[in-house]
Design a protein around this ligand. Structure first.
Ligand SMILES: NC(=O)c1ccc[n+]([C@@H]2O[C@H](COP(=O)([O-])OP(=O)(O)OC[C@H]3O[C@@H](n4cnc5c(N)ncnc54)[C@H](O)[C@@H]3O)[C@@H](O)[C@H]2O)c1
Length: 436
């Protein structure tokens, strides 16, 4: 089997390499020069466990990064894995990258017989209303004859290579031949393929998975804030509600962020007629977003007005700490940094995994690789993700001796070793609205 992949980002590259590792001949095209330069050096442009060693094994053999798909080769399928971000300043999805993949790449090689798979996350109806008419027009066939499948990606960053061969794959074809080829393709990766009833159902399943996570976290965050209106620590109340009681699995409070969760609830409600479930989903998403402004309130309360001699350390800039990633896209930490920077606060950014060059590029303040050193003259430390290295932080002399008015917001409650420091004021998201 031979496939072509359009877009070698997080989804496209991990899928390409997993497919190559499972006996498929894979060609990939990408427009970003940096990604192609990294691949020329046998490296991914992002951190993902095991990925670089697999690239080294398959690059130039079963996997080929090419400028254009070779016309003399027969391809069974092309998979579109380009990004589907929200439009700038709006909450509606931008499908321009999908249209450009069809127009600029697929149209050059499409013969009307290959299967075209949409892997990107899209709103309901996009496969049928955007992809199929374009292809039918291109090959002058009735829409019912073109072979299209919707096979959404559901991996989590930081575990994608492992999950691609372990997660069930959702498949839906526009006709029986399309479904058959798509099932055959994904069976190379995993025996667990779920064929769903329609293209729309496949689109929905993906949106359900991410929106479900988003709403679950929203409920945890709402419970956490509700507890604080009674003067109760929300994080503790949630832990106690879950403890030894299998029917409760309430999420602990935290930012709900990243390139997928920040947008997928909005993609789900795109095109949805006005109804109560739409309001419910929007309310949950907005509640998660509101944690960023609550964090700003804490900073204003603890640090006071911005001034030259006050500096704030923001640690944990990647959108999550576990599984670890260096991805800054859609990170609440970055949005908090942008808001603090706009208010005039002096910032130092730190992360255990994110690249210093990418943090510098944000233009929001200094970047420091040593968290203790970053705190030397700071007024506050905000620990913004739950990377496992925070559990190892010690009562370093920088934190214990040189501060009188030093405050720490340990948002995820992962810096337990620091809680005994006497002169430091520490809060978590469980009590930051009521902490002294
Ligand atoms: N990141 C994840 O873990 C994840 C997980 C599940 C689903 N998704 C969904 O998968 C899709 C892709 O996400 P991503 O994180 O990989 O995005 P990404 O931005 O990292 O990757 C998309 C890549 O496509 C390239 N591209 C755009 N237009 C192109 C074209 N015409 N030809 C060739 N290359 C082109 C871009 O340069 C980019 O490198 C999105 O819809 C996303 O919501 C992402």
């Amino acid at each position: 089997m031979r496939i072509g992949i359009i877009g070698l980002g997080y989804v496209g590259l991990t899928l390409a390499i997993a497919a190559a590792d499972n006996g498929i001949d894979v060609y990939g095209v990408e427009v970003n020069q940096h990604i192609k330069d990294c691949l020329a050096q046998n490296k991914a442009h992002f951190f993902e466990p095991r990925l670089d060693s697999l690239i080294k094994r398959h690059n130039g053999k079963e996997f080929h990064c090419v400028e254009e798909f070779p016309k003399d080769l027969k391809f069974d399928a092309f998979i579109i894995t380009v990004g589907t971000p929200l439009k700038k300043g709006e909450k509606t999805p931008n499908f321009e990258y999908i249209k450009s993949a069809l127009r600029d790449t697929i149209s050059k090689i499409y013969d009307g017989n290959q299967l075209i798979i949409l892997r990107s996350t899209v709103s309901v109806g996009t496969t049928r209303k955007v992809v199929i008419p374009f292809l039918a027009d291109l090959c002058h066939k009735p829409e019912s004859e073109v072979r299209v499948a919707m096979c959404p990606e559901r991996t989590v960053e930081g575990k994608a290579v492992e999950e691609l061969t372990h997660l069930p794959q959702i498949v839906s074809g526009s006709n029986p031949e399309a479904t058959e080829i798509a099932v055959d393709l994904f069976r190379h990766l995993t025996p667990y393929v779920i064929t769903v009833d329609s293209l729309e159902e496949a689109e929905l399943v993906k949106l359900y998975c991410n929106t479900y996570r988003d709403m679950t976290f929203a409920l945890g965050n709402a419970f956490c804030m509700a507890a604080q209106t009674y003067g109760v620590d929300g994080m503790k109340a949630i832990k106690h509600a879950n403890q030894g009681y299998a029917r409760s699995n309430i999420a602990l409070p935290g930012y709900v962020a990243g390139p997928c969760l920040e947008k997928d609830a909005y993609i789900l409600i795109n095109n949805m007629p006005e109804c109560d479930s739409k309001d419910f989903i929007v309310a949950g998403r907005k509640f998660n977003e509101s944690l960023e402004d609550l964090t700003l309130e804490w900073v204003k309360r603890k640090v006071g007005e911005p001034s030259e001699d006050k500096c704030i350390v923001l640690s944990g800039m990647a959108f999550k700490g576990q599984p670890e990633t260096n991805d800054l896209r859609g990170s609440s930490s970055v949005y908090i940094a942008q808001k603090l920077h706009k208010l005039g606060y002096k910032l130092i950014l730190h992360d255990f995994v994110a690249l210093e060059s990418e943090m510098k590029e944000l233009g929001l303040g200094e970047v420091c690789s040593d968290i203790y050193e970053a705190c030397r003259d700071a007024s506050a430390l905000l620990v913004l993700n739950n990377h496992k290295k925070y559990f190892d932080l010690q009562e370093d002399e920088v934190l214990t001796k040189s501060h009188n008015d030093f405050a720490i917001l340990d948002t995820w409650g992962v810096c337990q070793n620091l809680y005994s420091i006497e002169n430091v004021d520490i809060a978590t998201l469980g009590n930051f609205m009521i902490s002294r």
